[in-house]
Design a binder for this molecule. Structure first.
Ligand SMILES: CC(C)(COP(=O)(O)OP(=O)(O)OC[C@H]1O[C@@H](n2cnc3c(N)ncnc32)[C@H](O)[C@@H]1OP(=O)(O)O)[C@@H](O)C(=O)NCCC(=O)NCCS
Length: 252
């Protein structure tokens, strides 16, 4: 796993060789939820209202509010002005006419946390998962890992297998999100190296080593019992890691 140095954002400038990674706790105050609501588009408000439970509604509002606040820093727009579009597989992006610098982003949420990656002129995918023993783990392993990967996983010490699985899963998800296809790409065709106590690594994409080498990856533990992956196309990139401060000074 990479050791990341969390820092306060020094500048809102991003160049093509820099990638910003934001991590936020979605458990924000009622006051922030009320303020955030006004920032949402009619579509987002509608989706918020369709959430079954209060905590899901609040987490959704917090996600969209934080995402808008992060992107606004780079776009010179007010958070509520940002218009989103999606590709045919549902990957969101900022509307082309608002995005002359070709800012790209991707987000993931799990276990009350949000991870958001931002880059310029590059494809980016992120994934965060809460590492936990679940009864569906064996069937998930069969769905997500290729036959070879399943065999490799079972050669690792038993106490390392759960984490190694989550490390490979987040890498695969971050890759299929970076290319914008989501799970329709087929997670088992994204092959990763799995080792005890080491970050996963992209090995082959649909059998192609060159495609795997085209991407820079980072894997880290942003909070206890969580694992996160970031996959970005290109090399020689500098990653900056920011903890998003959910206080009312951030949400206008
Ligand atoms: C994207 C996907 C991998 C998400 O996996 P997940 O682990 O359940 O969820 P995460 O929290 O990591 O990511 C969800 C976020 O990914 C983004 N996302 C959605 N589709 C995406 C895609 N195709 N590529 C990249 N990112 C995508 C969204 O921002 C989404 O957030 P939202 O649900 O709040 O809108 C999975 O849902 C998927 O493959 N969806 C595509 C389905 C599809 O093909 N739809 C076609 C018709 S729209």
């Amino acid at each position: 796993m990479h050791i990341v140095q969390w820092q306060l954002p020094q500048s809102d400038d991003l160049n093509e060789q820099t990638v910003d990674v934001w991590f936020a706790n979605l458990n924000v105050s009622t006051h922030e939820i009320t303020q955030g609501w006004a920032m949402l588009s009619a579509l987002e408000q509608d989706r918020a209202n369709r959430q079954m439970r209060d905590w899901q509604r609040n987490a959704y509002i917090a996600t969209r509010t934080i995402l808008r606040s992060i992107l606004a820093r780079y776009l010179q727009l007010a958070p509520q002005e940002i218009i989103f579009e999606v590709n045919q597989y549902g990957k969101p992006r900022v509307a082309t006419h608002q995005n002359p610098e070709q800012l790209s982003f991707n987000l993931s949420h799990s276990g009350g946390y949000l991870l958001c990656g931002v880059a310029v002129g590059r494809e980016i995918g992120v994934d965060v998962e809460e590492v936990r023993l679940r009864s569906s783990l064996p069937s998930l392993v069969r769905k997500v890992l290729s036959h070879d990967e399943q065999a490799t996983l079972h050669t690792l010490p038993a106490e390392n297998q759960t984490l190694a699985f989550y490390q490979s899963w987040t890498h695969k998800e971050a890759y299929v999100k970076a290319v914008g296809r989501g799970i329709s790409f087929g997670l088992a065709s994204v092959e990763v190296a799995m080792r005890s106590n080491r970050a996963a690594e992209l090995l082959r994409i649909a059998g192609d080593q060159h495609e795997a080498k085209r991407w820079t990856t980072r894997q880290f533990t942003p909070a206890p019992q969580t694992v996160a992956s970031v996959v970005v196309d290109g090399e020689n990139l500098t990653f900056r890691y920011h903890q998003y401060a959910t206080d009312s000074s951030i949400i206008p």
